[in-house]
Design a protein around this ligand. Sequence first.
Ligand SMILES: Cc1ncc(COP(=O)(O)O)c(C=O)c1O
Length: 444
Amino acid sequence: MLREPEELQQILDLDLKDCGEPQEKLLKRCRNVIRYSVKTCHPRFFNQLFSGLDHHALAGRLITEMLNTSQYTYEIAPVFVLMEEVVLKKLRELIGWKKGDGIFCPGGSISNMYAMNVARFHCFPDCKQKGNWAIPKLAAFTSQEVCSPFKKGAAFLGIGTDNVYLVAVDENHMAPVIVLLAHYENIFSPPMPVLVVLPFQGALPFFVNATCGTTVLGAFDPVAKIAEVCARHRVWLHVDVMARLFFCFPHRADSVAWNPHKMLMTGLQCSAFLLQDSSGLLQRCHCAKATYLFQTDKFYDMAYDKGDQTIQCGRKVDCFKLWLMWKANGTKGLEQRVDRAFSFTRCALGCKSGANGPEFINLCFWYVPPSLRGQEGCTDYSLRLGKVAPVIKEQMMKKGSMMVGYQPHGDRVNFFRQVVTNPAVTREDLNFFLDEIERLGRDL
Ligand SMILES: Cc1ncc(COP(=O)(O)O)c(C=O)c1O
């Protein structure tokens, strides 16, 4: 059960003191940390896009923590440097790229930000040295469904959040080809033979993001069609992938962000930024050539020192947990895990076999309490319906029975979003989930 912050602070006694404490007391503290933390691997945790626990990935995480090395040079992380290359190559192959580059990043938002930075550098290499003063005002595009990582990126990179243009989606929230094409063609027409030079509200379009599996509704942008438009106008196409890679054909993208820490349960964090370029763009874009790390007179091939490809200096090892999990399950085993998540969603929706199933695994729904049933025509119906999910959520949190997320979306009032990625979830858990919502909400 979730306690109020003041109460929890009191229980935990978090203040740091001058003198150390005996082991027994520390053990008790560790027990308390576990006791009062949310167990995201619990089969009744449906709150996030990540959940569950893969034991092989966990073993990888523990070993990584124990070895406590940094991924930046071959000399300090020989095994993991070689391993990262193998994993990234395999991921690129799944996309359908024969060559390319990439890096593991601290999360999807950062991977998306990398994409914006590399795209900007690709258009305007001078920007790295001279800053935004040396280049025109830029415009980036993403659908209104997934904007926050790109707004954060635009703010961080000095592009400005006002210069992230949000593309409208249709009533199914699945950015239809027609709408997108019209939108992009309006922006980019007439077709330009070189990098986009057409001003858009005084800014130059340089970056388009397409999403495969949007955060709330799990919708898919039509990547292949968007790729056609981007290729025609030589604009960098980035694809933010939540789903399995081959599911959305991002091979025509310039870069891809893919997050095994979500559907695949590698554990936080495991997020790959992949790009098709193999000319060293990533290195040129980020390198600072620190002489204490990247000496040019080492006895081995310096190409193995990948650390200058990133904006970080020290970098955690994120490839091992995925590698070990992949070795244990094989590609087929990982695919089955994704298939299972889909079949749970189909099951929760009551889909018959053969019938058209859900596009993805996000299950979004309202719980309508008996007092509101049949009241759809009333003027305050939406207002009252929007208050149901927060109250049910508060009750389940205080009781500690389960966790599921809710949010408003456009003109839709608060609704629940359930995502089942944890293979430990059983049919009984799914039944409990629905019954518990009913129990907590029937008297509202
Ligand atoms: C489509 C999409 N892109 C990016 C992100 C951000 O990923 P992260 O939490 O790994 O930074 C999310 C988060 O849920 C997402 O749904």
